[in-house]
Design a protein around this ligand. Structure first.
Ligand SMILES: *[C@@H]1O[C@H](CO)[C@@H](O)[C@H](O)[C@H]1NC(C)=O
Ligand SMILES: *[C@@H]1O[C@H](CO)[C@@H](O)[C@H](O)[C@H]1NC(C)=O
Ligand SMILES: *[C@@H]1O[C@H](CO)[C@@H](O)[C@H](O)[C@H]1NC(C)=O
Ligand SMILES: CC(=O)N[C@H]1CO[C@H](CO)[C@@H](O)[C@@H]1O
Length: 487
């Protein structure tokens, strides 16, 4: 770089750095957008519920919005209302041929979920081929969640029961890229899930909203010999066949209102190709598309939304997880979902787990619990305020999401500033009544990072004409509730 260029760069930098750092951002909330009615926030049960399913304090923390005492502090309950119950694939018995399950040497005991159908002799759930006493902890947490208001309950499978698999290993096929469900067991996999759904209705007072037979089925990493979880690859053509069996097995048990969801692919892009690869018959039997959020900041969320919405199907982000305890990845990916994917529900994978993955750090094998991470409070900024029944509207910028509660005339805004501290103005002029001039706007703030403010409430923000504003520190996420707003 020449001296002249360096000087010029310095001058340009000085000129732009000053005003930009002080500049306000204005975002105009657009109430005419309608991205659907919010159905809820959730978590999968599975491993953490197997480990901690008897702990009512955890049910209070995750499934109520109460203030809950936990390890000497008070936590704002997250108010989750969606749960996913994992129908297990593992057991230790011998089947009638004398075969037993092949277990990957790498799978932790906490990730092996007991099956209700350990022996293929009979499909009759009343027969001795079925055992309904296993998996008591996960079932207990499901009951605790429902008693606290969880109202959308999905039954899902990570792998068919081991004896339905070619290699008897519920962690996947030998290569990971081929089907592991034996072709003569397609209907058995459907019978398994339909029987669990029916038994739950008659014996557990649990009505599953939906049943999902696959988990990240196009992935090639469900390798049995090295696997660390239950998992199974399915070709798209196999998915179409199994979906048909599942629909008819549910129907024949009178569960015609229980929808079939599919296909819980790992990424938005795989979800697009699977969605477009299912037969039209299979698609007609699918009531909702589930996708996982592991593509992070990439992938065509917009294309998936338009494909799924174009066929009149609902869309959920049914599994999101990351190892970033600061909440930065969660906030940025969740906002991308609101802006581009438009799911009507959003489900965290494991609320208790190790190394940054859990909202509360925990070891599911040692059965020890630690502290909540900043990520817990970042998620609270959304889940405690954007509630089931609200209409998802347009926050007007890539860092703002917004929802509207027509019956309460309440507007909710969640916004983040990823850069240096600045003021963000929220322009409500597109509402016929943008709140009351001078009225209080309640706000809550959480510092994205390794420490800092955790869902702190403030009463210091007021409407001025058709807008209000707030001063954002760097990487602070805030939620605002504006009353008396009319579209
Ligand atoms: C199982 O037994 C119960 C009564 O104990 C009965 O209502 C139910 O229909 C039976 N299920 C099947 C599949 O036979
Ligand atoms: C069954 O569940 C419903 C809804 O979750 C609940 O209202 C009802 O009280 C439950 N019935 C029993 C007998 O527990
Ligand atoms: C803010 O005001 C509301 C309504 O008056 C009240 O319920 C709430 O406790 C106040 N919050 C704070 C942090 O003062
Ligand atoms: C996402 C967002 O709002 N970013 C803004 C944060 O603040 C800086 C200025 O300090 C703006 O330039 C960014 O656009």
């Amino acid at each position: 770089m020449t001296l002249f260029c360096a000087l010029l760069t310095l001058v340009v930098a000085l000129l732009s750095a000053g005003p930009a750092a002080l500049a306000d951002q204005t975002t105009t909330i657009n109430p005419s957008a309608n991205f659907g009615t919010w159905e809820g926030w959730g978590t999968s049960l599975a491993w953490w519920a197997k480990a901690f399913g008897t702990q009512t304090v955890l049910a209070d923390i995750f499934f109520t919005r109460n203030s809950v005492s936990f390890n000497g502090r008070t936590l704002p309950g997250l108010g989750l209302n969606v749960i996913r119950y994992n129908a297990g694939a593992s057991s230790t018995n011998k089947d009638p041929d004398g075969d037993s399950m092949v277990k990957s040497p790498n799978i932790k005991a906490s990730r092996q979920i007991d099956t209700f159908w350990p022996d293929w002799t009979s499909t009759d759930p009343n027969s001795s081929s079925w055992t309904w006493t296993v998996d008591a902890n996960q079932r207990n947490m499901m009951a605790l969640a429902i008693a606290r208001g969880a109202n959308l309950v999905e039954l899902f499978s990570n792998s068919p029961v081991w004896w339905m698999c070619y290699n008897l290993n519920p962690s996947g096929s030998q290569s990971g890229s081929t089907d592991n469900l034996e072709s003569w067991n397609y209907d058995q996999h459907a019978i398994y899930l339909a029987n669990v759904a029916q038994y739950a209705a008659t014996h557990w007072n649990v009505t599953f909203t939906s049943v999902e037979a696959f988990n990240e089925p196009s992935a090639t990493y469900w390798v049995g010999p090295t696997g660390t979880q239950e998992g199974c690859h399915f070709d798209v053509s196999t998915m179409s066949t199994v979906i048909g069996f599942l629909r008819s097995e549910l129907n024949s048990r009178g569960l015609t209102k229980t929808i079939v969801s599919a296909s819980d692919e790992e990424t938005y892009d795989l979800a697009i190709s699977t969605f477009n690869g299912l037969t039209s018959t299979a698609l007609s039997n699918v009531g909702r598309i589930n996708v996982h959020g592991y593509q992070g900041g990439s992938g065509r969320r917009d294309v998936l939304y338009s494909d799924v919405n174009g066929k009149g199907k609902k869309l959920w982000n049914s599994e999101y997880g990351d190892s970033d305890g600061t909440g930065s990845n969660l906030a940025s990916n969740l906002i991308l979902d609101f802006v581009w994917l438009h799911p009507t529900a959003w489900v965290y994978w494991q609320v208790l787990d190790g190394s940054g993955w859990g909202l509360i750090t925990a070891d599911n094998d040692a059965k020890t619990m630690g502290a909540p991470s900043q990520k817990y409070f970042v998620l609270a900024q959304f889940t405690r305020h954007i509630r089931p029944g609200m209409r998802i509207i347009d926050g007007g910028s890539s860092n703002t999401v917004s929802a509207y509660d027509a019956s309460a005339k309440k507007l909710v805004i969640v916004a983040v500033n990823w850069s240096s501290a600045q003021t963000i103005n929220f322009d409500l002029s597109k509402f016929s009544t943008p709140g009351t001039n001078g009225a209080l706007v309640q706000r809550w703030a959480t510092q994205i990072g390794s420490s800092g403010t955790q869902y702190t409430a403030f009463n210091d923000t007021f409407i001025s004409g058709t807008k209000f504003w707030s001063n954002f520190g760097q990487n602070v996420i805030m939620t605002f509730e504006v009353q008396n707003v009319v579209m």
